[in-house]
Design a protein around this ligand. Structure first.
Ligand code: ADP
Ligand code: ASP
Ligand code: MG
Length: 838
């Protein structure tokens, strides 16, 4: 490799005096020796082709008008560059005169051969080299224009010429090395070459990219920069898919495949000359040169996704050669493709057909007539004797190619392609997977290309940024809310990672963590050091924003938005906050393809319309919502309800003691402690919400009851709520000492109520009763032998009566509060998702 950079400028990058100056500035600023390849000014090749058609069709005035416009545009551009009175000016005049003569010749002949066409369109590139050379000289570089039809030898297939192996490279070196050695910057015409006889040829539309790599490879240039109007090769044509993103890196083969299958940003054969070499090809925007763009090299980097991009080729026809007599007859395929090759018809794709009795392939629409003739000729015997029934041609088709080297190691890519297209209502005409396993191509109707491209782009999540790390085998967690439970969860995840991997094949990994102040995001997995720092800061009561690299934000949706910009692996939001806004967060998660695990009751206890809207989003997005820890901490309450319903049971009612806090209070009250003191102890022992009033009013229990009612299918809509608390909510928000003082007023009435119950042979329990459409929450007097009366300590008990559990209800009981058990509830939900998604 040699310290040389080839800079190739596309039409828009040299489309005006301003753009030419910008292009010259890019080269002038570069430190390495440079060689420039340029296209014609944007629109010039099209204008030249129009002039040729007009001239050949006898519309001489139209042809002359085109030539006049081209001439004027180049003269005016040179004027704007301040170069009218230079030798460049006279060379531009000479080229324009020559153009006039050539067009007049076509007018006189009334027809244009491919050879004359190439001669004429080459003028566009020649004019551009003059202008760019001038701009470079003005920027202080010693530059000289060189026309590639003096050295870049090709075959004589005019308008579609190919370089000649073993010859072209040598001639390129002989033509250019001397200038480079002399310290000059050659400015070479792209797109054009010459036949062995010295006639000007062209490499096909968009061929300047190919010129650049041919020259780069021959000169062993280390870098080739394709300067265009987009900052890189995108995950799909950005004009069709607005959310497409620039791809940071592609392997030579990936880029070659994309350009072959229609990614117009690179000419079909651009990568060929450098494939497998150490050359680096960059695709960058001359409008935003500071952007990194796309690097194409020989490295295959592990990415977070097997598919890198989707490209499309319109203008295809599908040819089907069918016949019962074909099966098992050797050599038919070879003859078909041989015949097409002899007529220089390129086959874009060979499809997989369901029966052996047909061969199916795609060709460009323009070649249909020629192909039909060639095939009928080749297969005339078989057609006559009937072993081939028919040759059918389906026009107006297009090919979509899903490309990425990672596909070779991933199963199910073809299935995803087909599912996504089916969902979009796009019918598949044929599907082909090359043996290289780097491309799956489908043939569809041409009109369906845009919709199908967008559907596949979404299906493969190409609108998200690559994390740059292999996401295989992970479940990526976005954690919101970092308190004691989160800390316990993180420790458990860490401790159990090996077992989880062994058992389920996926490892949970924290990629983002947020609280009310902001969030920390590391899409490839938060480093252990940062996790440790984060837990330490939060334990000390600090905000997440204290950690380096965190982003401040008061809207938790920003956490999710930022995280989901990346292509995460099975993204799962874990909500361990008690934020009421979390319902909006879940909406966003479900809409964006993220599952949710929550210990937060609030979003599940919102008014019915709100709740149902959120669940609808979840269902339509086929996402998972798990909420085991919202009721009874780690106890399998939600799970049991869901299991009963899933197996066809119908829940009649659920009664329960759902609050560990209130159970603790009852135990103290029964042992004779006054209410206010019992609350004081509960608070000191860490059993209450930050404001104990939320527990004492029963609000927290009401939320749990609503969740039970909804999950248990007891009330799809409005719920009638009867709530009696130990105290009412007017006490909320008081400083603790004031609250405890005020609670003294309750000591006697509560003690009396308990004594009265005891006299009846009963006990008081704080109970929730959930019936269809109705919830009752409050202290209840229960006979001593009632299941709920026997409850001890901070245990919860949930008694489920259903069609199946009619005579003897199903009882779930055990510790219903506490950091460790709650964290285990959350972990088991995460494992459920892993089991389902893994
Ligand atoms: P130039 O004149 O610089 O050679 P082209 O017009 O030939 O530019 O190619 C750039 C254009 O290719 C972009 O403006 C874009 O519209 C189109 N394009 C199609 N597919 C892609 C893709 N996958 N990535 C980037 N650009 C694409
Ligand atoms: N000017 C030619 C074209 O428009 C070649 C190129 O732009 O690469 O096709
Ligand atoms: Mg181009």
């Amino acid at each position: 490799m040699r310290n040389l950079t080839i800079h190739k400028f596309g039409g828009t990058s040299v489309g005006s005096a301003e753009r030419l100056t910008a292009a010259a500035a890019i080269i002038a600023a570069s430190q390495t020796p440079a060689l420039v390849v340029t296209s014609a000014m944007s629109g010039t090749t099209d204008a030249l082709l129009r002039a040729i058609s007009a001239a050949a069709d006898g519309r001489a005035d139209d042809a002359r008008a085109e030539v006049a416009t081209i001439t004027r545009r180049h003269r005016e551009t040179l004027l704007a560059l301040g170069g009218s009175d230079t030798s460049t000016g006279s060379r531009i005049d000479t080229l324009c005169d020559e153009l006039t003569h050539l067009i007049e010749a076509i007018v006189a002949l009334g027809e244009a051969s491919p050879r004359s066409k190439d001669r004429i369109v080459s003028v566009g590139e020649k004019l551009a080299t003059e202008l760019l050379t001038h701009a470079l000289q003005s920027a202080g570089r010693q530059a000289m224009p060189i026309s590639a039809d003096t050295f870049l030898e090709t075959d004589a297939r005019f308008t579609q010429a190919s370089p000649i192996p073993h010859i072209t490279a040598g001639r390129i070196r002989r033509a250019l090395n001397a200038h480079l050695d002399a310290g000059l910057t050659p400015v070479v015409t792209g797109f054009i070459g010459c036949s062995a006889e010295g006639h000007t040829t062209t490499l096909g539309r968009g061929g300047s990219d190919f010129s650049a790599t041919l020259i780069g490879a021959a000169l062993e240039a280390a870098d080739i920069i394709i300067w265009t109007d987009v900052p890189g090769v995108f995950t799909a044509n950005p004009r069709i898919v607005p959310e497409a993103l620039a791809i940071p890196q592609l392997h030579h083969r990936e880029a070659a495949e994309l350009s072959f299958y229609g990614a117009k940003v690179l000419h079909q054969r651009t990568i060929q000359p450098v494939s497998g070499t150490d050359a680096r090809v960059w695709i960058k925007s001359s409008f935003e040169p500071e952007q990194t763009g796309t690097l194409v090299d020989r490295n295959q980097l592990i990415g977070s996704h097997p598919v890198k991009a989707i490209s499309a080729v319109p203008g295809q026809a599908i040819v089907n050669v069918e016949g019962r007599g074909m099966a098992g007859v050797p050599g038919i395929a070879a003859r078909i493709f041989g015949a097409l090759a002899r007529h220089q018809i390129s086959v874009t794709l060979i499809c997989q057909s369901s029966s052996e009795a047909s061969i199916c392939f795609a060709i460009p629409t323009a070649e249909v007539a020629a192909a039909e003739t060639a095939l009928k000729q080749e297969l005339r015997l078989e057609l006559a004797e009937g072993s081939i029934d028919d040759i059918t041609i389906l026009p107006d088709c297009g090919i979509l190619a899903v490309v990425g080297l990672g596909m070779a190691h991933t199963t199910g890519v073809a299935a995803r392609v087909m599912t996504a297209l089916a969902k979009q209502g796009v019918s598949l005409i044929a599907i082909a997977q090359a043996s290289s396993e780097l491309n799956i191509s489908v043939v569809i109707r041409e009109t369906e290309i845009p919709a199908a491209t967008r559907a596949l782009h979404r299906a493969f999540e190409l609108h998200r940024l690559d994390t740059g790390k292999d996401a295989g085998g992970h479940l990526d967690i976005i954690l919101f809310g970092v308190g004691k439970i989160a800390r316990a969860l993180v420790e458990n995840l860490d401790r159990h990672a090996p077992t989880i991997r062994a058992r389920y094949g996926l490892i949970p990994r924290l990629v983002a963590v947020g609280d009310r102040s902001g969030f920390l995001l590391e899409p490839g997995g938060i480093s252990p050091q940062n996790i440790a720092d984060l837990l330490r800061i939060k334990a000390a009561g600090g905000p997440i924003t204290e950690i380096e690299g965190a982003t401040a934000s008061s809207d938790p949706r920003d956490l999710l938005r930022a995280a989901l910009r990346y292509r995460l692996s099975h993204p799962t939001l874990v909500d361990l906050s008690d934020a009421a806004v979390a319902a909006d967060l879940y909406d966003l998660a479900f809409a964006e393809g993220c599952d949710v695990v929550t210990a937060n009751k609030k979003p599940l206890a919102t008014p019915p319309e709100r709740y149902n809207a959120m669940r609808d989003l979840q269902r339509t997005g086929a996402r998972i919502l798990r909420a085991e820890a919202t009721v009874g901490a780690g106890l399998p309450v939600i799970d049991t309800l869901e299991m009963l319903i899933a197996t066809g049971d119908r829940i009649h009612r659920v009664d329960g003691s759902l609050s560990g806090t209130l159970a603790f209070l009852m135990e103290r009250l029964e042992s004779g402690q006054p209410f206010s003191e019992a609350v004081r102890d509960a608070e000191a022992g860490g059993y209450t919400e930050p404001d104990p009033v939320a527990d004492l009013t029963g609000d927290d229990v009401v939320r749990k009851a609503i969740i039970i009612s909804r999950i248990g299918g007891l009330s799809p809509g409005h719920i009638e709520i009867e709530q009696e608390g130990w105290v009412d909510s007017s006490l909320a928000g008081l400083p603790l000492p004031v609250l405890l003082e005020r609670l003294k007023a309750y000591d006697k009435p509560i003690a009396d109520r308990l004594a009265a119950a005891r006299e009846r042979g009963e006990v008081i329990r704080f109970v929730a009763s959930v019936e269809p459409g109705r919830i009752r929450v409050g202290p209840q007097s229960l006979p001593l032998d009632a299941p709920l009366a026997r409850l001890a300590r901070t245990d919860n008990m949930i008694v489920i009566s259903s069609e199946r559990y009619d005579q003897r209800p199903l009882v779930v009981t055990g510790p219903g509060a506490g950091v460790q058990v709650t964290a285990m509830g959350v972990l088991s939900d995460i494992l459920r998702i892993i089991a389902e998604r893994g």
